[in-house]
Design a protein around this ligand. Sequence first.
Ligand code: PNS
Length: 162
Amino acid sequence: MRRIAVVPGSFDPVTLGHLDVIGRAAGLFDELHVLVVHNPDKSALLPINRRVSLLEQSIRDGGLPTNIVVASWNVGLLVDYCTDVGASVLVKGIRSQVDVAYETPMAIVNRNLAGVETIFMLPDPSHAHVSSSLVRQVAGLGGDVAPYVPAAVADFLQGTRV
Ligand code: PNS
């Protein structure tokens, strides 16, 4: 049986911390879906299709494994997507206890809804302070985000001066 997992997130935009987790997770599964999900609790910077294309380019440029599929999902439950593609595992990157507290209720609910298990994965500690929201703020105020995001994202944000 193929082991299929999903890494869901807003990816607005994808950061080096996300890429680190995606690369590690891709080594553990036969197929890894990186799923861009609209999060109504956050005000978005980039449209979903731009987040997808920046993820695809960053994964390509980073030489990540070829078993990674990038997709988006904006209707229904995350576990419905998992069921559709035959995934039984969600992978979430964890930077701190704050992330554990945020992710744990969702992990329990997703297990109760559809038997989908969640694995918490630690990125390299050098990425522990990196978040998409910080990148959005720095980029919005004209700062340099290159240390925190893949080159494709830095180029795009600097080009558009968001
Ligand atoms: O990168 P984010 O914004 O922290 O990602 C959060 C996300 C998109 C993974 C989360 O909001 C989510 O799982 N949304 C899907 C909606 C859903 O299925 N909710 C019910 C179970 S938690």
